[in-house]
Design a protein around this ligand. Sequence first.
Ligand code: ASP
Length: 323
Amino acid sequence: MPTRKEFIKTATALSAVMSFEGLGAAMPSRNSRKPVVVSTWNFGIQANESAWNILKNGGYALDAVEAGVRIPEADPKITSVGYGGYPDRDGRVTLDACIMDENLNCGSVACLENIMHPSSVSRLVMEKTPHVMLVGEGAKKFATDQGFKEENLLTEEAEAEWKAWLKNSKYNPVPNWEKNHDTIGMLALDAQGRLCGLCTTSGQAWKMHGRVGDSPIIGAGLYVDGEVGAATCSGLGEEMIRIAAAHSVVEAMRAGTSPQKACEIVMKRLYRKRGDKLKNTQVAFLALDVQGRVGAFSLLQGFEYAQQNTDSQKLIKSGYLLT
Ligand code: ASP
């Protein structure tokens, strides 16, 4: 049996470790906050409205996230997702997306061309194939076999921007986040407590042809554990991949942290390991747990996310690490 003094010492040391790792914030709330949908950036407002139409009628979170992200995918004015997305350095619009449900079912497409809704194709990869991920020509062939129409996704505006870039064609792929949008990652918890997520993007503008970011990588751009929580990411995908960001955030929640603390822990870990290599790089995490609690955190100022529940629809600025 430890003495009282030893017990207090151990308890104090443990609480120091817990607070360092953010574990002190782990008190589960008894309040039910479902249904709820959250999504990255300001275009999440409109996307959430579409998802909400399903959630408010008792619908399935998986249907909600798909309906939600199809809005920015089809919007030619949004230059970081779907139709109208900026092309790679060869002038080709290549799209990445993945989807995950509450039971670890998942599907993904990467470097998909000429198909407006990679989100819906990723769902069919999940539902109709024995695989998780299809890429490039194989993904397109699967999509057209499933009845998706092939179309030109390069708008005049995106082509003009690409041609302007070609004048110098300095190889410096550009993140889209300065325009207040980038990848859309959406997480939804429905009235029955089912948690699902979807992440879709055209990736970095002027990237090398064939470059794949975090967005279609299960565990990097998106991860869902229906018993714990879900996380999605936006910003420079290479950084999310190296730290398995979405999965790391979910694992921090599994260890008992709140979604907010989980996002902060993983961001701090990334910064501690990468330091100056993250200069001028935006990295942002968004998390939702099975109780409907939300967290978000970014490396730099400027990340915002849209949240809709029965009370309100809000655009919320996240906290950030570097000032
Ligand atoms: N996270 C996305 C990607 O890396 C979007 C971006 O970086 O612009 O592909």
